[in-house]
Design a protein around this ligand. Structure first.
Ligand SMILES: *[C@@H]1O[C@H](CO)[C@@H](O)[C@H](O)[C@H]1NC(C)=O
Length: 213
């Protein structure tokens, strides 16, 4: 009997079954990794079967015509647990809707890699720690709602570079320092900042933006 090294066996297997691509389902793997972090008492993630070729038939997941994930809709789903860096593998994500759940822990700074993201709704959870500076790289972002969490630290000035940002809400957190006034921040209503430890709009040159932090 001929003996084959494991690698050559794999090669033979791939010759016969070219659809067994090794790289295919990174988005499904990322979502499955997210699922493993979450507690899901209402079984909203029951259809998330990692043995399928891609996650496009899973409930609460939407893909484009190239089978790339563009939406994750898990608002009001009673899920708890933490978010992880694997969400950054959803390279084509446009809508990250995780509002009104019991999510805790920090917001992963890796989410700043989602360059096609249009909307990030994480409001109404128990998220703590800082708003990642990396969000200043989310050039497509129009809606960023982080209100009603336990976020602390300052509002990163990097966010003032987001030219497309239309709605920004961080009310009801534990943020400190001053409110940025540059870029689109000149047009956000004060209600978006209420119920924090913020010291009012930034007065450039008079007080540092992290005054009181
Ligand atoms: C949410 O999950 C908890 C269990 O963790 C359960 O007691 C509660 O009824 C659920 N709420 C809703 C609205 O389904």
């Amino acid at each position: 009997m001929a003996s084959f090294s494991p690698l050559s066996l794999l090669f033979l297997l791939l010759l016969q079954y070219p659809f067994l691509s090794l790289s295919s389902n990174s988005e499904g793997n990322a979502l499955h990794a997210l699922r493993s972090r979450l507690s899901d008492p209402n079984n909203v993630l029951q259809s998330w079967d990692p043995t399928l070729v891609n996650p496009c038939t899973w409930f609460h997941v939407t893909c484009n015509s190239n089978n790339q994930v563009i939406r994750l809709d898990l608002g009001n789903s009673n899920i708890s647990g933490t978010l992880g860096p694997e969400l950054a593998q959803l390279h084509h994500l446009q809508y990250l809707e995780l509002y009104r759940n019991e999510l805790s822990g920090k917001i992963p700074e890796e989410l700043g890699k989602l360059k096609y993201l249009i909307s990030m709704d994480l409001y109404g959870n128990k998220l703590k720690g800082r708003i990642p500076k990396s969000f200043g790289k989310l050039k497509s972002l129009k809606f960023l709602r982080l209100n009603d969490n336990k976020l602390s630290g300052t509002i990163p000035r990097e966010l003032t570079h987001l030219k497309n940002l239309k709605v920004f809400d961080v009310s009801n957190n534990d943020l400190c320092g001053t409110i940025p006034v540059d870029g689109n921040f000149g047009s956000f209503p004060l209600e978006s900042f209420e119920n924090n430890r913020l010291n009012g709009p930034e007065l450039k040159g008079l007080v540092p933006y992290d005054f009181g932090c």
